[in-house]
Design a protein around this ligand. Structure first.
Ligand code: SAM
Ligand code: SF4
Length: 329
């Protein structure tokens, strides 16, 4: 079992398989995109598989694939099949924008994917286009229906954006009336790929909760599962539930069980840090599995206690302004 220097158990790896994406959500990257890394700079599937095998022996039993958009990288399904066979991994999750996913859902079911987080910021096709700068609403909804039809546990992720999709919050919650899904509202963070931390008006978790409570005065607080990043609620009588993720207020750091690996092999022990070591460089210089274990143990022995400390440890002139696609959201 893995623990950090604050006694937090670490069992969850978020693995970003690419920084590339076919959408341009404005809170994540600029319209022209970001400087996508060259293919040889990405961890290869073989390298990622090796890292997961090593980490699984150390106590990581849950992996989430993310990006960028994982499905824009060729060969993803074969990689998922390989991961699904790794001993010690109990849970394999995916976060996707759903644009390329619909026809692959039966295969995801067949390989035993544990759950899928589908990002959708609006149920209005025009607003969806405005936010993502692409016309892909229908494809995303098709993925949503496929996930439900195939009985895959599904969570919807919605970033709450001032002046953009506030009117979508209640219609998205209404999806939980008949469907046993969880919809989660995320605080927007400054990770938007612009190169500088902008002074945007962010809706925080209290703003989001107040808005929801003004519509559902009888909202019930649910017990949050251990290590949950969301504070969870239910509208009485509804089949599903809703959650609020205080990603910018950073209210969940005390029970954080996650580490992250970026597409270029940078290991992060906090979303807000600047990277703690680079696994790709180590592996390409001939590191053994034991060297990788040692590097991770050292990094966990010096882990920031929360996202504020991690942000504070960044070098000067290195604001939290990189794209989430380069981190793995
Ligand atoms: N492309 C996939 C997707 O959109 O689901 C996976 C990668 S994306 C970076 C993962 C999650 O991060 C998405 O739910 C997205 O909405 C969220 N995200 C991206 N940029 C964000 C930001 N600046 N603030 C809050 N959430 C953000
Ligand atoms: Fe692409 Fe996901 Fe970023 Fe949107 S949030 S631009 S879908 S990586």
């Amino acid at each position: 079992m893995l623990y950090d220097n604050h006694g937090r158990k670490i069992n969850y790896l978020r693995l970003a398989v690419t920084d590339r994406c076919n959408l341009r959500c404005f809170y994540c990257m600029p319209e022209k995109g970001i400087d996508f890394v060259k293919r040889q700079e990405l961890l290869s599937y073989e390298e990622m598989e090796r890292v997961v095998r090593v980490f699984a022996k150390m106590g990581i039993n849950k992996v989430r694939l993310t990006g960028g958009e994982p499905f824009v990288r060729k060969g993803l399904m074969d990689f998922l099949w390989k991961l699904s066979e790794i001993e010690g991994l109990d849970a394999l999750h995916l976060t996707t924008n759903g644009t390329l996913t619909a026809k692959l859902v039966p295969d995801l079911k067949a390989l035993g994917i544990t759950s899928v987080n589908l990002s959708i910021d609006s149920l209005d096709a025009d607003r969806f286009k405005q936010i993502t700068r692409r016309d892909s609403y229908e494809q995303v909804m098709e993925t949503f229906h496929q996930l439900l039809e195939n009985g895959i546990e599904t969570k919807l992720n919605t970033v709450v954006m001032h002046g953009q999709n506030i009117d979508d919050i209640i219609p998205i919650i209404e999806l939980t009336k008949e469907k046993n899904i969880s919809v989660r509202f995320l605080e927007e963070m400054p990770f938007n790929g612009t190169g500088k931390k902008e002074d945007v008006k962010f809706w925080n978790q209290a703003d989001i909760l107040n808005h929801i409570k003004s519509h559902y005065s009888n909202l019930v607080k649910l017990q949050d599962p251990p290590h949950s990043t969301s504070q969870n609620y239910q509208v009485p009588g509804y089949a599903g539930s809703l959650g609020i993720i205080a990603s910018y207020s950073r209210l969940f750091c005390g029970s954080c069980n996650r580490i992250r690996l970026t597409p270029t092999g940078t290991m992060k022990t906090c979303l807000y840090d600047n990277g703690v070591f680079n696994i790709k460089k180590m592996m390409r210089a001939g590191a053994t599995d034991q060297d990788i274990c040692t590097a991770l143990l050292e990094a966990l022995g010096n882990r920031a206690k929360d996202g504020f400390e991690a942000e504070g440890r960044r070098p000067l002139n290195n604001d939290i302004s990189e794209s989430m696609a380069t981190i793995g959201g």
